[in-house]
Design a protein around this ligand. Structure first.
Ligand SMILES: Nc1ncnc2c1ncn2[C@@H]1O[C@H](COP(=O)(O)OP(=O)(O)OP(=O)(O)O)[C@@H](O)[C@H]1O
Ligand SMILES: [Mg+2]
Length: 252
């Protein structure tokens, strides 16, 4: 299997707080990896290191290596903006741009990086919305505000906005935690489809969701990567007692 993203002895500090400790982990291409673990264990911090979101936090320090197709995303001369174009991110709460239409939301990220030729926007909007299974629901009201959409639709719109930039990796930080079970199911189905084109890393608190959508699962505890492996194995015969305790609900 092709490795898309590789963490090598990766650490994140916030001042004196050692939030992610010496993590080694491979993310295979065109697969879904779930990151699980109790609140505060460092899941979001690990995820945000991958596309250099911590560059914006003065106290944050990332060390070790994070490789995208074998190239260190933190190497000297690498443009963080180019990295975020290749490694897109979807957040916990749907965050469409409130003053923009559905149409303009989809192309917003794309327009930051490219100039649009005539007719190109329409094509990008349709392709991206189809890819997130939202096209049929919104095609007759592309000019209306993104805020008119339901929470689940807004989250799919945000995924469309990410997809429109043509990333290679998509990071998702609890993308369903603000959604009802039906909208959650739609996002899960979507994740399954998206992995044909993208490498997906998803943080979730929902064990059933991790078991349903992911190929591999990584369990973190207090900043450390306790155990990772095929999802089926992690959920049926984990090696570590901490993993077993967590997945069976004994703590966390
Ligand atoms: N911007 C920041 N500045 C300082 N400390 C931070 C920052 N972001 C996270 N931390 C610290 O890093 C540690 C890990 O936090 P993180 O948000 O990664 O946990 P998490 O596993 O995502 O938790 P949750 O499940 O609650 O989202 C915590 O001790 C947190 O206080
Ligand atoms: Mg988090």
């Amino acid at each position: 299997m092709n490795t898309k993203v590789q963490l090598e002895n990766m650490n994140v500090h916030f001042g004196a707080n050692h939030a992610v400790k010496s993590v080694n982990l491979d993310f295979p291409a065109n697969s879904v990896t779930a990151i699980i673990g109790p609140s505060g264990c460092g899941k979001s911090t690990l995820l945000r290191a991958v596309n250099r979101m911590h560059d914006l936090v003065p106290t944050a320090r990332v060390s070790g290596r994070i490789l995208l197709d074998g190239t260190d995303v933190y190497a000297r001369g690498v443009d963080p903006v180019a990295i975020r174009r290749k490694i897109g991110m979807v957040f916990q709460k749907p965050n469409p741009f409130p003053a923009m239409s559905i149409h303009d939301n989809v192309v917003a990220g794309y327009k930051l990086n490219n100039s649009l030729k005539r007719g190109e926007a329409e094509e990008i909007v349709e392709t991206s919305l189809r890819r997130v299974a939202l096209w049929d629901e919104v095609k007759d009201r592309l000019k209306s505000s993104a805020m008119d959409l339901s929470g689940g639709q807004q989250q799919r719109l945000c995924i469309a906005r990410t997809v429109a930039v043509q990333p290679e990796v998509i990071l998702m930080d609890e993308p369903c935690s603000a959604l009802d079970p039906i909208a959650t199911l739609k996002i899960e189905e979507l994740v399954e489809e998206l992995k044909e084109r993208y490498t997906i890393i998803i943080v979730t608190h929902n064990m059933q969701q991790a078991a349903r959508v992911s190929d591999a699962t990584a369990f973190m505890y207090m900043g450390e990567m306790v155990e990772s492996g095929p999802t089926k194995k992690i959920f049926t015969t984990p090696e570590m007692k901490q993993t077993e305790d967590y997945i069976t609900g004994r703590f966390g």
